[in-house]
Design a protein around this ligand. Sequence first.
Ligand code: PMP
Length: 417
Amino acid sequence: MSNEVTRFRTGEDQQLTQRFAHRAELMQASEIRALFAVASRPEIVSLAGGMPNLSALPMEMMADVVDKLIKENGTEALQYGSGQGHPKLREQICDVMALEGIRAHPDDVIVTTGSQQALDLISRIFINPGDVVLVEAPSYVGALGTFKQYEANVVHVEMDENGLVPEALRAAIEAVRKTGQEIKFLYLIPNYQNPAGVLLPADRRTEILEICAAEKIFIVEDNPYGLLGFDRPSPNAMRAQDSENVIYLGSFSKTIAPGFRVGWALVPQSLKEKLVIAAESSILCPSNFTQLSISGYLADQPWRDQIASFCKLYKVRRDAMLESLEQYFPEGASWTKPGGGFYVWVTLPPEIDTTALMPKAIVAKVAYVPGTAFYADGFGSWSMRLSYCHPTPERIREGVRALGGVIRTEMENRAII
Ligand code: PMP
C-alpha cells in the first residue's frame, strides 16, 4: 500500500512540474544556497555566508521589547496592518535615514519584508523580458537572481577599489543603446558593497547621479550596510542628493536583526501606489508584530549604541581577516580592504577556477563563495567572496590559513608560483 502511495505521489509530482509557468523555469537555487548546507557543518570554517553576528545583540533587551509590545499593545501587534507599513515605524525610518543625509516624508516610505522583497516588487513593476538592468561587476547574488526571474538582461559595469567607475557607466550606456535595448535602471550598493566590500566616494556618487539623470535612467540604491562603517561614517546616501531619480532601499537586517524581516523602500511619489498594490498582492501587509517590535526597540532602546557595538565586533573580524590574508595568501592574490560591512573580495590569477577549487577547500575545512555567483554572465571564475562577519577572529585566521594553503598548492600545481 505504501508503495502505491509513493508511486502515485511521484506521478502526480511529474505532472505538476510539467505544468510550471515559463517564469518558474527561471527560479533556480543560487550557488550560495547550495553551499550553505556544506558550509554550515561545524568542522568547516565558513567564510561563505553573510549572516549578521547576533552575539552582540542583548537578548534580554529584545525580550523586554517583545514582552512589552504583547502585553501593552498585543491586539494591534497581532492584527493585520496597512499595506504600506505602520505609520509610526515609517516615521522612525525617516529618523534612521536622516543619519545618511536623507530628508524624507513617512508617506513616501513603504515597509517591506526585508529589502529583498522590495527588490522583487521593483523588478515586478519595471522589468519587461529583455530589458537591461545595469549592475556593478560583481553584484549582489540575491538581486541578480530576482532580475533574472523577471527576464532582465543584466549588464555588469566595471568597478574598481572605489566602486562603480563613472567612465565605464557612460560606455556601458552607450553600448547598450546602440543595440536598441531599453535600460530600465541602474542597481548599485554604494556602501561596503556585497560582495566587493568597497565604498563609492562622494564625488563619484554625484557624477553617477548626473550621468543617470542626463540619460534618464533611474537608480536603485540598495543600502543595507551604510551604518556599518568602522572608521568613519559613510558619505551621504545618493538619495539625499536626488529624490526624483533614486529609489532607496533600506533594511534593519544588519543594524538590528534579520529575523524580523523588516526593510523598506523610499520612493518617488509617482511609484508609491503601484508599489503598495504590488506588495499587497504578495503579502497583504507586512507583519505588524515585527514592525512594532522594531518600532518599540527604536523608541526605547539605545539603538545607535547598538550599531556601534556591531561595528566594533565586525571591525575586529575585518582586521583578523586582512591580517591573515597578508600573512597566509600567496603572492599573485589581491583583495579589497573594506572600511565597513561584511565582505572581502579576493582576485586570484586567471588560471585558478574558484568553483573547481571549492571541494579542495572543503577538505581543508574552509568554505567561501566562488566569484561566478556574483555575475549574471559566468564571469568571475578566478575570484571569491570571503565574509568575516560571523566566525570568531581565531576561526577566521584558521580558515584563511587553510584557504591560503589550498590556493598556494593549486598555484604550484599549475606552475604559477
Ligand atoms: N541587498 C544586499 C546588498 C544584501 O546584502 C542583502 C542581504 N544579504 C539584502 C539586500 C537583503 O536583505 P534583507 O532582505 O534581509 O533586508
